[in-house]
Design a protein around this ligand. Structure first.
Ligand code: GTP
Ligand code: MG
Length: 200
């Protein structure tokens, strides 16, 4: 369980992130996919990571400390249509630098909206993570929004697409921040990643 979580720092310059002296888990995905909401569900604090109905809410790299033991990171979303090229390039350089240079990352969760058919932008991002050897797992969000069979159908389609990217099926979780779905499984997985990191 993640009983204790607090905000540490926000940065648009990855070089200013806290000292990489403990395990770090990051959440990324399309703008509005539910990253901040999922984080709040995991740490049992509604307002810790700022959420919004308007895409593009989370802007910089946000570090939170959990259980005094590891860093949880909320990242700004990609694929937000209403940004200009300069903003987009700024995002890309910030995120690629963070994901490739941050030495204490032990897991990056890529969030996928379970309501949608496979989206090219998600597949492209996953492909990039694969080529950079970023340790990714998938989280399908907003499962409360439709029937289980529809969710399963979309997930299966997405997993079929990832076969072109990964040799093995990626680890994946089905969640709803609204209903608390998937919380236990995801918590357990994160705890395992952290234990593994600490064992060294
Ligand atoms: P950015 O920071 O803009 O990239 O967005 P984000 O990915 O952090 O999304 P955020 O958590 O702010 O959620 C976006 C919207 O989706 C909000 O209105 C949330 O209430 C809603 N939402 C997030 N997760 C769920 C979910 O599991 N179920 C339902 N029904 N709504 C959700
Ligand atoms: Mg957010």
């Amino acid at each position: 369980m993640f009983q204790k979580a607090s905000f540490v720092i926000s940065n648009s310059n990855p070089g200013n992130c806290p000292k990489p002296d403990r395990a770090e888990i990051a959440f990324i995905g399309r703008s509005n996919v539910g990253k901040s909401s999922l984080i709040n569900m995991l740490v049992n604090q509604k307002g810790l990571a700022k959420t919004s109905q308007k895409p593009g809410k989370t802007q910089p790299i946000n570090h939170f400390m959990v259980n005094d033991k590891w860093y949880l990171v909320d990242l700004p979303g990609y694929g937000f249509a209403k940004v200009n090229l300069k903003v987009k390039q700024g995002w890309e350089s910030m995120i690629t630098t963070y994901l490739t240079k941050r030495e204490n990352i032990c897991g990056v969760f890529v969030l996928i909206d379970s309501r949608l058919e496979p989206q090219q932008i998600d597949l492209e991002f996953l492909l990039w993570c694969g080529t950079q050897q970023v340790p990714t797992a998938l989280v399908f969000t907003k499962a409360d929004k439709q029937s289980k069979s529809k969710t399963d159908q979309n997930i299966q389609k997405f997993l079929n697409k990832t076969k072109e990217i990964f040799e093995e099926e990626p680890d994946y979780f089905v969640t709803s921040a609204e209903a608390g779905t998937g919380k236990e499984e995801l918590t357990k997985f994160i705890e395992e990643l952290i234990t593994e990191y600490q064992a060294g």
